[in-house]
Design a protein around this ligand. Structure first.
Ligand SMILES: [Ca+2]
Ligand SMILES: [Ca+2]
Ligand SMILES: [Ca+2]
Ligand SMILES: [Ca+2]
Length: 245
């Protein structure tokens, strides 16, 4: 909680000014793009070249100053971001989630996975294929992905078969006991089917994040997880945890 400190949701596009020394780097705000992009808190941002024209476009979710959840996409128009209305209409208005970009169906363009919670309290775990620059809900993968808020998403090739598998954390309801952690295997461009729990010895984590990296250099991806752990079986029941598995 932020206590009594006044806080406003903000999202600004900043560019790095050519540094003279390592300690003198500064950023300048891109006023035109920042004016276009929704100001949000409890948010997520992800770059993906949706329209395949060589520049990164931006997806944003979060809670705006009016208390409304937002899910928007912005097209990169020569270095200025402008609202991409068709794709913004596809992306649900959510906060407290994550966005993850990867070409999971391996057709050469970046696709998007989203989690979060909307204004009516519904949680989401959705996958969208990139169909010629338009996001299209992948019903089969979306149905397999748990609907969560308060967690993270990360892509890694768990089974070393050349496609990206998806790690997800979060909770499926307001109850802390609903926290889940899964890796969904990518099967021929579809997410789900076989899946693996990422519980840490019965601690299920939420309000955190997770990220793949081969930190031990043995050629397979490893997972770092942090968050608030819940275990109905343990004294204390709640712990702040960080682990590499
Ligand atoms: Ca683009
Ligand atoms: Ca794709
Ligand atoms: Ca894989
Ligand atoms: Ca490894």
């Amino acid at each position: 909680m932020l206590g009594s400190r006044a806080a406003l949701p903000l999202l600004a596009l900043v560019s790095l000014v050519a540094p003279t020394t390592a300690s003198a780097q500064s950023f300048t705000v891109d006023d035109a793009s920042s004016a276009a992009v929704a100001d949000v808190a409890d948010g997520a941002v992800a770059w993906l070249d949706l329209d395949g024209d060589g520049d990164p476009d931006l997806a944003v979710t979060g809670l705006d100053a009016s208390g409304a959840r937002r899910g928007e996409v912005y097209r990169n128009d020569g270095g200025t971001l402008v609202l991409d209305a068709p794709n913004s209409a596809v992306v649900p208005d959510v906060s407290d989630g994550d966005l993850a970009v990867a070409d999971y169906d391996m057709d050469g363009d970046p696709d998007l996975v989203l989690t979060g919670i909307d204004g009516a309290g519904a949680r989401y775990g959705e996958a969208y294929r990139n169909d010629g620059g338009l996001l299209v809900r992948d019903a089969e993968s979306s149905d397999n992905i748990d609907n969560v808020s308060g967690g993270g998403l990360s892509w890694g090739d768990l089974d070393a078969d050349g496609d990206l598998d998806l790690a997800l954390g979060g909770r499926t309801s307001d109850a802390p006991g609903s926290a889940v952690g899964y890796v969904y295997k990518n099967y021929r461009g579809r997410l789900g089917g076989p899946q693996y729990r990422t519980d840490l010895q019965n601690w299920r984590l939420y309000e955190g994040d997770l990220e793949w990296a081969d930190y031990d250099g043995d050629g397979d991806p490893d997972l770092a997880i942090a968050g608030l752990g819940y275990s109905g079986n343990r004294p204390g029941r709640f712990r702040v945890l960080g682990a590499v598995v």
